[in-house]
Design a protein. Structure first.
Length: 328
């Protein structure tokens, strides 16, 4: 795999060429200090984003000093409090321009493994706090920042051309049954897979011909020969009959999940028309793909805004630290 294959999949790179057939997106370049903040251990949120009643305890405060080791409080106090007023203002402005709700990504990945940390367990962000909390809590975002080019044969430098960029996309309530992954080889659509392979949708089984026809029509009308590589993968969303939109691009190689295909099948396929695969039997459903990224059962009860605020306060006050035997 070449670096250019990864670069071409970055949202800021492909979006200008496919803007009419994808979701409205605004971009915010990220500064080195914010990138360093994302890579730093622990979750300490900017004080300007915390709810008014959440404060950082002072070790000299009588209530704070009555519990725990004073040295621990002093250590927590000495941690630098992040401050990104310009970025917060730009995020707020972008959210307003995009209708009040956005879906967040970096150059390639969304923090979908961290959806548990928002009170509604979705990736819908309505404020800068939501955006920063998701980014800071996601292993997928860390992968973007440190390992995006790990498998490339022509260089593994971590910094993409143009630097790292925050992509805020207009939020759309996407139905899982409408998402599909398309595999393109030699600029020909060779395979289409149901995107959510851990769910069974009888509607897909009963409508395979129409689904494939709509996706083929979309691909040959708007995608074919317009993407810089001849072999690539793209995700699409079938909103309704005859209405398909572009979601994202991925490289045509083993770093991309082939879903209901195998890479041996895709690499060896010959021309002869695309094949659509969907989950035909509900008995084949597997576990949740991000189960390992989720929080312990004793935190599941955190389900309203006041409890989320308390949870954030506990993070900032050092209640969850590296000395604990429990992983959060």
């Amino acid at each position: 795999m070449q670096r250019c294959q990864i670069e071409h999949c970055a949202v800021p790179v492909w979006y200008p060429h496919f803007r009419p057939v994808t979701f409205d997106t605004l971009f915010i370049p990220l500064t080195p200090d914010f990138l360093a903040y994302l890579l730093a251990d622990g979750i300490v949120l900017p004080s300007s984003l915390l709810p008014k009643h959440v404060t950082i305890n002072d070790p000299d405060d009588s209530d704070a000093s009555s519990e725990g080791d004073p040295e621990e409080w002093s250590e927590t106090k000495s941690a630098p409090q992040p401050d990104f007023p310009d970025l917060e203002a730009k995020i707020k402005q972008a959210i307003d321009r995009l209708g009040g709700e956005v879906f967040v990504k970096l150059n390639w990945s969304s923090p979908r493994d961290a959806s548990w940390i928002l009170h509604d367990n979705t990736l819908c962000c309505r404020a800068p706090l939501d955006v920063i909390l998701l980014l800071k809590s996601s292993d997928f975002i860390i992968h973007d920042l440190t390992q995006a080019f790990k498998e490339c044969l022509d260089g593994t430098s971590e910094i993409p051309q143009g630097g790292f960029t925050l992509a805020l996309r207009r939020f759309t309530n996407i139905l899982p049954a409408g998402e599909f992954r398309c595999f393109i080889k030699n600029n020909q659509l060779v395979g289409v897979s149901q995107r959510h392979v851990r769910q069974f949708f009888s509607s897909l089984v009963n409508d395979k011909i129409n689904i494939l026809n709509d996706i083929q029509q979309f691909f040959y009308s708007y995608i074919q020969h317009k993407y810089p590589d001849t072999d690539f993968v793209c995700d699409v969303y079938r909103v309704s009959a005859h209405h398909v939109v572009l979601v994202d691009f991925n490289p045509f190689c083993r770093v991309t999940d082939p879903l209901l295909f195998t890479w041996d099948e895709l690499q060896s396929v010959s021309e002869g028309g695309a094949v659509l695969r969907v989950v035909e039997d509900p008995g084949n459903i597997k576990g949740h793909p991000h189960a390992a990224n989720r929080i312990p059962q004793d935190v599941v009860s955190v389900n309203d805004q006041s409890e989320i605020n308390n949870f954030v306060s506990m993070f900032n006050n050092g209640a969850f630290n590296d000395d604990s035997d429990d992983d959060l």
